[in-house]
Design a binder for this molecule. Structure first.
Ligand SMILES: CC(C)(COP(=O)(O)OP(=O)(O)OC[C@H]1O[C@@H](n2cnc3c(N)ncnc32)[C@H](O)[C@@H]1OP(=O)(O)O)[C@@H](O)C(=O)NCCC(=O)NCCS
Length: 168
């Protein structure tokens, strides 16, 4: 069965909740912990509803056999003077790494950004996250700066790399 890429709907709330809990338990590289993602289904529904009512937000899921195996979330940087900048978070279930899923997800946001009026895509990544850095390099994101010892993973402080891609 092929992987289906689609914009999330409120009907996906339950499988999205499960996905968030699993994916955040599998990696240190996501900002939200499993505990922070352990929220009620109503809150998830409301978040999806909010995203789908605002054209500058987008949440695309990769769905396989009724389960979510990956997602990409794009949302504006806050503040009127920064609203042309889009922040991105992407994650895929460990069982489905290296199958090209995040490549397809990022590609879908690159197609969509114009419709949303963005001029800049940005993100931050841990300096030890070779997979994500490889992905962003592939799409032409450039390093803009480094926040030293910005993350605390267990007992290790890790640098945060700020990356961006200017789009037109
Ligand atoms: C980073 C992540 C999203 C990559 O997802 P993925 O679906 O496995 O990536 P893809 O298969 O689409 O690979 C796309 C490109 O990323 C790079 N890449 C992916 N995994 C890599 C690895 N282990 N080492 C080096 N480069 C890697 C490669 O450039 C790859 O292109 P290629 O296959 O043509 O060489 C995934 O590892 C993940 O979810 N990690 C945990 C969450 C996370 O770190 N999110 C990013 C937070 S900033």
């Amino acid at each position: 069965m092929p992987i289906k890429y689609k914009k999330i709907t409120v009907d996906d709330a339950e499988i999205f909740r499960k996905f968030l809990l699993t994916v955040s338990s599998e990696t240190d590289f996501l900002l939200s912990t499993t505990a922070e993602n352990d929220v009620g289904i109503e809150k998830i529904r409301n978040q999806i509803d909010f995203v789908n009512k605002h054209h500058s937000y987008n949440l695309i899921i990769a769905e396989l056999e009724g389960l979510i195996v990956g997602y990409i979330y794009a949302f504006p940087v806050q503040g009127f003077k920064k609203m042309h900048s889009c922040q991105i978070v992407v994650a895929v279930l460990k069982s489905h790494w290296r199958m090209g899923i995040s490549k397809s997800l990022l590609q879908s946001i690159i197609f969509w950004h114009r419709e949303a009026g963005y001029k800049r895509l940005e993100l931050s990544v841990a300096s030890t996250n070779a997979a994500a850095i490889g992905l962003y390099n592939l799409f032409g994101f450039e390093v803009e700066g480094i926040k030293k010892k910005s993350f605390l993973f267990n007992s290790d402080y890790v640098d945060e790399i700020l990356m961006a891609k200017i789009v037109n």
